[in-house]
Design a protein around this ligand. Structure first.
Ligand code: SF4
Length: 87
């Protein structure tokens, strides 16, 4: 049989988790697109060293967009979410 204290603790933990999730949404700052803004990603129109959008796995060359950052990005751009393209 379940201890009533465990039930209360679970209820409190669930409520705290739900509140925490609701509070973290604005902090993450995702737009309706599910992407982050250029400012949030610290996007710049120039490369950082040898890292640029064209070499990033998130870059979509077909329309010069990014899978995780809003708007058009330059193939020579860069942001702190840069991740090396595989292969
Ligand atoms: S460097 Fe940043 S903006 Fe450029 S493609 Fe990668 S994730 Fe997108």
């Amino acid at each position: 049989m379940m201890d009533p204290h465990d039930l209360n603790r679970r209820t409190v933990l669930r409520a705290a988790l739900a509140a925490g999730c609701m509070m973290c949404l604005p902090a993450v700052g995702h737009a309706q697109s599910g992407k982050v803004s250029k400012a949030q990603a610290k996007y710049q129109d120039k490369p950082k060293g040898n890292q640029d959008c064209a070499k990033c796995m998130q870059f979509v060359a077909a329309d010069s967009s990014c899978k995780v950052v809003e708007g058009k990005v330059s193939p020579q751009g860069w942001c702190q979410l840069w991740a090396a393209k595989q292969g």
